[in-house]
Design a protein around this ligand. Structure first.
Ligand code: HEM
Length: 492
């Protein structure tokens, strides 16, 4: 569009679909597979970044890493805000630091996250993670058909355990019911006219239409607030009690309680620890679930990749023990699989929206304050100048000629700039140890039908607005040896 406004000093907005009178680009916004549509816009308007606006929302999409790097990293001071969600307070979602505006409160929370989730600090969680992953191995051995349920439970219980020491064992757990209930019921409120549909991952779970007869907005709001208080209260009180009784294990919350007892802590700090622990549930579980779904699928359809990883594991670890975090540096191919899964199937293809806190000019274009800015992770991980044959699953692309991991550590799936996923080291540890452990123990194969014929798995994904999941499929987990069977059954 070439709309010129007084504050733009004559510079046009970046290229994009031409706005219609009154409704702007309202009808142009995609409701699913947006990441692909935005790539098409880029091609159509011959630009690495495109702009559109509707009903007061201005949106900039960055399809190229170079532009994302320039704006999110080098101009971070302007590009680190979040779009405002008016109902946050109404729903009791003030705890969620991923939604905070760029400012002191966010900075305070982010600093605590960085201290506790930086690469070194994640070591404190290794023992718990390993225990949880070994639990998954046992379940895959005894009940392989329900592998998806098991990986979902792992993805939910690992963060609950590391944050609070709260051991979730069932989807009926009151804390999980409250967390899921709040997200499910609250989501429709976040979508004014559907235009913000791609703004937050949480929007993915739109299920209850608010205009159902007899459903009052306020009643729903009150329910969501209750859910949200419960999901914060239950595990917090559990962790507090465990600490007071001296039975606590080393967790994010116990570390805080210990510090408070020894040195004291402000109310503000206590509130921040609580907020962070609650945020982690939503931030960690769905993204991890999505990654595991892609991983099992990609292994089942790429036996040659699996074989290579298993050769590497057998060589380094042998078959008498299971992988440990210390083995990671000696298993570059397995690490390359982790990177390639997140490249091939980023769980949040459009990341999480940033917003621009001041007017800006870029490459001769005017971008107004308040513009919602998406880094199109999907487009960047499919850029064939960076990743030749981007539609192929090839872990080798992350290795150099000596079979060592390439120096570029950047995993685009974790987002950008000062808002980059603050849990990425924890996520990396969790994802890698799970992948290495499952590969060490099982061959992941396509399931067979009653005639012994392999059941194909399509490359279909469900796209819930922002969160992308491999659509339902079957696969089999075959123990690699009797020894492995023995090793895994001994874990329980
Ligand atoms: C596969 C796993 C994960 C993926 C793909 C992922 C991806 C992302 C992305 C794309 C963002 C937004 C970045 C941006 O604004 O540019 C984000 C933010 C965030 N993530 Fe993750 N994440 C994962 C796991 C985790 C885990 C395990 C934790 C917690 C320990 C976590 C905590 C957070 C938090 C708190 C934010 C908000 C940061 C802020 O607004 O400053 N994430 N994540």
């Amino acid at each position: 569009s070439v709309f010129r406004t007084s504050e733009s000093h004559g510079a046009p907005h970046p290229p994009g679909p031409k706005p219609k009178p009154l409704i702007g680009n309202a009808l142009d916004f995609p409701t699913s597979n947006a990441q692909e549509v935005y790539i098409e816009w880029g091609t159509k308007y011959n630009s690495g970044f495109v702009y559109a606006s509707a009903m007061g929302n201005k949106i900039l999409i960055l399809n190229k890493f170079k532009d994302a790097d320039e704006l999110f990293e080098h101009r971070a001071r302007k590009y680190s805000d979040r779009p405002e969600i008016p109902v946050t307070k109404l729903f009791g979602w003030e705890y969620n630091l991923a939604l905070y505006p760029y400012g002191d409160k966010w900075r305070f929370h982010r600093k605590i996250c960085q201290q506790n989730f930086r690469a070194e600090a994640t070591r404190d969680y290794y023992e718990v993670l390993l225990q949880k992953v070994h639990g998954l191995l046992s379940q895959l051995l005894t009940d392989p058909a329900n592998f998806d349920e098991h990986q979902r439970m792992l993805s939910i219980s690992a963060p609950m355990m590391t944050m609070y020491g709260y051991d979730v064992k069932s989807f009926e757990d009151p804390c999980i019911v409250a967390a899921e209930g709040g997200i499910t019921a609250g989501t429709p409120f976040l979508v004014p006219g559907g235009t913000l549909i791609n703004t937050f991952p949480i929007l993915a779970k739109i299920k209850v239409p608010l205009w159902l007869p007899g459903v009052s907005t306020w009643r729903i709001a009150a329910r969501i607030r209750d859910f949200s208080h419960e999901m914060q209260r239950i595990p917090y009180e559990f962790a507090k009690k465990a600490f007071d009784e001296g039975t606590e294990m080393e967790t994010f919350m116990s570390r805080f309680f210990k510090k408070k007892t020894m040195f004291g802590a402000s109310e503000e700090e206590e509130r921040a620890f609580k907020n962070i622990a609650s945020t982690v549930y939503g931030a960690a579980s769905d993204t991890t679930i999505s990654t595991f779904r892609s991983f099992f699928y990609l292994m089942a359809v790429h036996p040659e990749v699996q074989r290579k990883a298993q050769e590497e594991i057998d060589q380094v670890i042998g078959s008498e023990r299971l992988p440990d975090f210390e083995d990671r540096a000696s298993l570059p191919y397995t690490d390359a699989i982790y990177r390639e899964v997140l490249r091939y199937a980023p769980p949040l293809p459009l990341g999480v929206a940033h917003s621009l806190s001041e007017d800006d000019y870029y490459k001769g274009y005017f971008i107004p304050k308040g513009t919602i800015v998406f880094g199109n992770i999907w487009a960047m991980t499919r850029d064939d100048e960076v990743y030749p044959e981007p539609h192929k699953f090839k872990p080798e692309r992350h290795l150099d000629n000596n079979g060592q991991l390439c120096a570029d550590h950047r995993i685009l799936a974790y987002g950008f700039g000062r808002r980059v996923c603050v849990g990425k080291h924890l996520a990396s540890a969790m994802l890698w140890i799970t992948m290495a452990s499952v590969l060490a123990c099982f061959r992941i194969e396509k399931s067979k039908d009653e005639f012994g014929k392999e059941i194909d798995i399509s490359d279909d994904y469900d796209d819930f607005g922002t969160l992308r999941h491999k659509s339902k499929y079957q696969c089999s987990f075959v123990p690699r040896s009797e020894l492995v069977k023995h090793l895994v059954s001994g874990l329980q």
